[in-house]
Write a protein that binds this ligand. Structure first.
Ligand code: RFL
Ligand code: PHB
Length: 394
């Protein structure tokens, strides 16, 4: 078995793992990234699209802001709508900051290139990732590399950035971890289409047929979602059926607004879940991003939470490894979880406010909440504050 030494072993080359690696490298801390999938697969995954302004600032302050500024889009807010009504919530006016539209796959590319430029080691296409001795000062990770060789990675700390299904979470003894979970009775059918967006900013639409969201990736690519039942067979949704449902739910034909249609080149059903595991640390194992928590996508928080976690974790690991000072590391889980729970609440609130059920009482309450949100500055400010996001570290 080959042995590799590093300061931080990072499991997972998603946004959490690669951003952590980059922040550590900025301070001269060495890391090795271990990823189950190929690099091409990781870089082509279609996922989130919205960055909070504090995350854009974090990227900018760490030399990763150039393409976000050039190719991303600054959005002042969102549209909130229900049949016959469309209202713009201007976050910049309400809370002094907006959001940025920038696809997760673009960020993944930027992070991969930054890692290449730093010349540090990454293993893609590994199997059998196993964590060892995480409750000692000398934890390690073993795996089989893409060529079939067994590798032992010895480190001072392990960062579990391996998403919802990775092994890191399981390396915390069951008696030492708690899980909080909420399943929802619906999913999203998401599409990417080659057609200019029919809106300048995102439209979140409540409709009796189900929720719909109009997002985008660029001036020529639209990203749209439909609420569908959990066990939806995608084969039952022809392109025409999808566009018809989107047009109805997004209110085409009302006040002259029309939904432009185009060729659909990606179609998938995304299940929904709220999930939080506590604590986010066990000995020298630190968990970040989706490995510790999953939110439903309605609040656009998943990627932002992953970035906020590692923005806390990087200085904690640097102090621990460079100075033997464990104070930030000891505070990591509690500090990170405050934001995690706030985003979990917001994502749950957006989800339960906007997704239709067959309960008429719930529908009336939802319509009331939507009306209150646009009519009352206090309510719209609360939405804006959570959507646009808190400063990192809060
Ligand atoms: P990631 O991006 O899932 O990365 C984790 C990485 O760990 C790897 N891994 C392993 N590596 C080595 N050994 C093992 N045994 C491993 N097991 C797993 C995985 O291959 C992967 O590369 O987690 P990270 O970095 O924490 O980033 C979090 C975000 O990716 C996530 O929160 C968001 O993308 C969530 N999400 C969405 N969020 C939104 O705000 N809006 C969206 O539209 C949206 N769409 C999505 C999504 C998440 C999805 N997933 C996870 C299924 C759509 C999908 C399909
Ligand atoms: C997206 O563009 O993929 C997106 C945007 C906002 C959300 C969820 C997904 O709330």
């Amino acid at each position: 078995m080959g042995t590799v030494q590093t300061e931080v072993a990072i499991i997972g080359a998603g946004p959490a793992g690669l951003l952590l690696a980059h922040l550590l490298a900025q301070d001269g801390v060495d890391s090795v990234v271990v990823e189950r999938r190929s690099r091409a697969y990781v870089e082509s995954r279609v996922r989130a699209g919205i960055l909070e302004s504090s995350v854009v600032e974090l990227l900018d302050n760490n030399g990763l802001g150039a393409r976000v500024a050039e190719e991303g889009q600054a959005h002042r807010g969102i549209y909130l709508q229900w049949p016959g009504q469309r209202h713009h919530l201007d976050f910049v006016e309400l809370v002094g900051r907006g959001v940025h539209l920038y696809g997760q796959s673009e960020l993944q590319l930027d992070l991969g290139r930054a890692r290449d430029a730093g010349g540090q080691v990454s293993f893609y296409g590994v199997s059998g990732t196993t964590l060892h001795d995480v409750d000692t000062d000398r934890p390690s990770v073993t795996f089989t590399d893409a060529d079939g060789a067994l590798v032992r990675l010895e480190a001072r700390a392990v960062a579990g950035c391996d998403g919802k299904h990775g092994p890191s979470r399981q390396a915390i003894p069951e008696a030492s971890r708690s899980v909080f979970e909420r399943l929802y009775p619906f999913a999203w059918l998401g599409i990417l289409a080659t057609v200019p967006p029919s809106t300048d900013e995102l439209i979140y639409a409540w409709h009796p047929d189900g929720f719909a969201l109009h997002s985008m990736r660029s001036d020529s690519v639209s990203r749209l979602y439909l609420q569908v039942p959990v066990a939806t067979d995608i084969a039952a949704w022809s392109d025409e059926r999808i566009w018809d449902a989107l047009s109805t739910r997004l209110g085409a034909g009302q006040t002259g607004w029309e939904l432009k249609r185009g060729p659909i080149f990606d179609k998938a059903v995304l299940p929904f879940q709220s999930f939080v595991m506590t604590p986010m640390r066990h000995g020298r194992l630190f968990i970040a991003g989706d490995a510790a928590h999953t939110v439903p996508p309605t609040g656009a928080k998943g990627l932002n939470l992953a970035a906020a976690d590692v923005a806390l974790l990087a200085p904690a690991l640097i102090s621990l490894i460079r100075e033997g000072d464990a104070r930030l590391a000891d505070a990591y889980s509690e500090t990170a979880l405050r934001r995690v729970w706030r985003s979990t609440y917001f994502s749950w609130w957006m989800t339960t406010t906007l997704h239709t059920t067959d309960d008429p009482f719930t529908s009336e309450l939802q319509r009331t909440v939507l009306e209150m949100t646009v009519a009352s500055r206090a309510h719209s400010t609360a939405l804006a504050e959570s959507y646009a996001g808190l400063p990192i570290g809060v």
